[in-house]
Design a protein around this ligand. Structure first.
Ligand code: NAD
Length: 355
């Protein structure tokens, strides 16, 4: 029997509820397919600040590194909003990505036909369907560049810097992802203005020669934002820098409807990845058993597919989610007329049963 060790980081707010939902479904996968998952629960974020005085204890990093993959709920909340920047829960998030060497973030934005009404776009804009994969560079660029503030406080700067190697490795992930999809990559930059973008574009053009089956096109980031809003069906894979990816991936998720539905994967050189819903810790609904666990459940499916190679098992989870939605079960965030409202635990249980 194949066995995998999963580090669970429930985190704060709704995190523990949605991660528990994903474990319910993983246990059902285990029972049906005869694969064993061993869980190790670790602390990160606000709960780690409360217990250890820091958002990312070394013990958490060590246990994640010793696992086959990491499943994260979410971190943060108003209780820790006023702690010093170094101690903020989100610092733990940046720290764990760096510690695990996770330089790419993959965010699929898929609008399920059952939830078409949840998209803010008019239905005619969605006629070609919506199935976009945003591949965002995660450990370079302006977020990690040199930060400077003048002594008199009258100016500040953040450096946007990319090396050919950093662009190549994220580009490879995008091209390889496209090979499994519609074989189209749009590389998003601001090469008309930024030197770092010109290097980005030239590197992508060079790399494309290694993937002759994939069509590479380029788009300036301002145009990409507009195109996502007016004609999202044109996109297959979008690859972009850390800051542009941060903004565009939120936009592409927003047009796909509720953030309670969408997963993400952060990957590096090894098979070890970190999988998490795209939403935050939703402190406003924490502990009420009303959060949508689907984003976390499909994040677990991504983990099975991308880190463990369990394709059939991952497909089964996604099919079970589709079935439950087709049977008109909804959590509060995706509720509409004529549907049956269920809570977090019940939604996870229904999906586990449909497996
Ligand atoms: P949020 O995503 O937590 O919540 C935004 C809105 O969406 C809220 O109304 C919330 O109730 C709702 N929502 C989110 N997830 C939901 C779900 N699964 N089911 C139903 N409704 C859901 O964003 P926010 O309010 O800006 O941030 C709250 C906290 O989360 C902050 O401390 C922020 O820093 C943190 N955060 C963490 C992560 C992460 O851990 N990766 C990401 C984003 C924000």
């Amino acid at each position: 029997m194949s066995e995998f060790k999963i580090a669970l980081i429930p985190g704060d707010g709704i995190g523990p509820e949605i991660v528990a939902g994903a474990v319910t479904v993983l246990d059902a996968v285990s029972a049906k397919f005869g694969v064993k998952f061993n869980y190790e629960e670790v602390y990160m974020g606000g709960c780690a600040i409360d217990k250890y005085g820091e958002p990312l204890p070394q013990e958490t990093v060590d246990k994640c590194l010793a696992s086959d993959s990491v499943l994260l709920g979410a971190v943060g909340g108003p209780k820790w909003d006023n702690v010093p920047a170094k101690l903020r829960p989100e610092t733990g998030l940046l720290g764990i990505r760096k510690a695990l060497g996770l330089y790419s973030n993959l965010r699929p934005s898929i609008l399920k036909p059952q939830l078409a009404a949840a998209s803010p776009l008019k239905s005619e804009k969605l006629e070609g369907g919506l199935d976009i994969m945003v591949v965002r560079e995660l450990t370079g660029g302006i977020y990690f560049g040199k930060k400077t503030k003048s002594e008199d406080g009258t100016w500040a700067s953040d450096e946007e810097k990319y090396s050919v190697e950093e662009v190549r490795r994220i580009g490879k992930i995008a091209f390889e992802t496209a090979m499994l999809r519609k074989k189209r990559v749009v590389s998003v930059d601001k090469a008309n203005v930024l030197e770092s973008s010109r290097l980005w574009r030239a590197t992508m053009i060079e790399l494309a020669k290694e993937y002759p089956e994939v069509e590479l096109t380029h788009m300036y980031v301002d145009n990409a934002a507009m195109q996502l809003a007016i004609n999202p069906a044109q996109f297959d894979v979008i690859v972009t820098s850390n800051i542009f990816g941060d903004i565009l991936s939120d936009l592409s998720s927003a047009i796909a409807g509720s953030i309670g539905m969408l997963p993400s994967a952060s990957l590096g050189k090894s098979k070890l990845g970190m999988y998490e819903p795209i939403h935050g810790s939703a402190p406003d609904i924490a502990g009420m058993d009303i959060a949508n666990p689907i984003a976390t459940i499909v994040s677990a499916a991504m983990m099975l597919r991308m880190s463990f190679g369990l394709i059939e098992e991952a497909d089964a989870i996604e099919a079970a989610v589709d079935k439950v939605l087709s049977e008109n079960y909804r959590t509060a965030d995706i509720m509409s007329d004529g549907m049956t409202k269920v809570g977090t635990k019940e939604m996870a249980k229904l999906i586990a049963e449909r497996l």
